[in-house]
Design a protein around this ligand. Structure first.
Ligand SMILES: Nc1ncnc2c1ncn2[C@@H]1O[C@H](COP(=O)(O)OP(=O)(O)O)[C@@H](O)[C@H]1O
Ligand SMILES: [Mg+2]
Length: 332
């Protein structure tokens, strides 16, 4: 913009070329935007400087071509000032983004602490009476004197009780202190087992499951926790699809990471929904707890991994779990 004003002041005749330049840069930037965001700060600055130098170069060439060499010095000074301003602005924005992210993380961990304590106390208190009720119902159902109808009612009560217990177990995992021991895990095996475990759901709901799992992918972690993450995410995908659909499960090793990708062709999520997932108690389901993904994020974070989610409305959702590959302790 400043450049355009500057050119106007100079009475530039090549405004069109400049505009074209900016248009091309804008289009390139539009397509590179996603990649640009994933770059490190120094790479971003390098890229911007290179593109800017390219603009300056074309301007210089135009000036030389039009025999306006006396303007080159002016333009050079102006360009340097603009470049410095541009880089400073980028630095400022990056700094601000970083601050916002830190604040968000702090708020999240504060919230998690409160929730963990609350969940621990409530879940413990409720679990004991539920176990007692479950025990007595088991005794009653074995009694020969009850009618078939009564047996039916007790069956329903037991299954609802089981549901309540599994919800409470979810909350208890939320409250578990983060000091579980880690071991060597063959994630290929765990993933295959989990998929097998889920076939009862996928068969009933007519969901086709495709797998592409590399063999012998090892990570460091806690087996139960990893399984819980896989089950939670796959179950969410199955619940999202409903009836008739496709579930794709991939696992591979790349650089020092093991990547697990779980893709469904369900309804997908809006940007707003995407920003909320993992927040404790956020659920769009009637019978959802909104705890599943919170636990997943917590477990993966603890293992120094990451979960990325890509989703498009009407197309589906992909969960990408990245975990550091198992590094055998160096033997000297
Ligand atoms: N694969 C998916 N497709 C669409 N929405 C999803 C998917 N996975 C999770 N979600 C959304 O994230 C919310 C939170 O998930 P979760 O923490 O597991 O809680 P719950 O399953 O109990 O609702 C879900 O209610 C749903 O709206
Ligand atoms: Mg869930």
């Amino acid at each position: 913009m400043m450049m355009l004003v500057f050119l106007q002041v100079l009475g530039d005749s090549n405004l069109f070329i400049t505009l074209m330049n900016y248009a091309v840069i804008t289009i390139i930037f539009y397509f590179l935007l996603k990649k640009y965001h994933s770059l490190l700060l120094n790479k971003k600055l390098m890229l911007l400087s290179t593109i800017y130098c390219f603009i300056v170069l074309t301007r210089t060439m135009t000036l030389v071509k039009n025999n306006l060499t006396e303007q080159i010095l002016e333009m050079a000074i102006f360009s340097i000032v603009t470049l410095i301003t541009l880089l400073l602005v980028v630095l400022l924005i990056e700094n601000l983004n970083h601050q916002i992210q830190l604040q968000r993380e702090l708020r999240r961990s504060e919230k998690m602490n409160v929730i963990s304590q609350l969940a621990a106390s409530v879940a413990h208190e409720v679990r004991n009476p539920l176990t007692t009720v479950n025990g007595f119902l088991q005794l009653i159902i074995r009694d020969d004197n009850i009618t078939e109808k009564q047996r039916n009612y007790i069956d329903i009560t037991l299954s609802e009780l089981n549901r309540a217990q599994s919800i409470i177990n979810d909350y208890l995992s939320l409250a578990k202190p983060n000091n579980s021991s880690t071991q060597l895990i063959n994630i290929s095996e765990e993933l295959a087992k989990t998929v097998e475990l889920m076939t009862s759901y996928t068969n009933i709901q007519n969901i086709e499951v495709e797998t592409s799992i590399e063999k012998l992918l090892f990570i460091n972690g806690n087996k139960d926790e990893i399984k819980q993450v896989l089950i939670n995410i796959i179950k969410n995908a199955i619940e999202a699809i409903g009836n008739d659909g496709m579930l794709m499960i991939e696992a591979f090793s790349k650089e020092n990471n093991i990547t697990v990708k779980i893709t469904d062709n369900g309804p997908g999520m809006t940007k707003e929904q995407l920003s909320k997932i993992g927040t404790p108690f956020y659920s769009t389901k009637d019978k959802g707890t909104g705890v599943g993904l919170t636990i997943c994020f917590q477990i993966i974070e603890q293992l120094k991994g990451s979960i990325e989610v890509e989703s498009a409305i009407g197309k589906g959702t992909t969960f990408i779990i990245k975990l550091p590959r198992y590094q055998p302790p160096s033997t000297i």
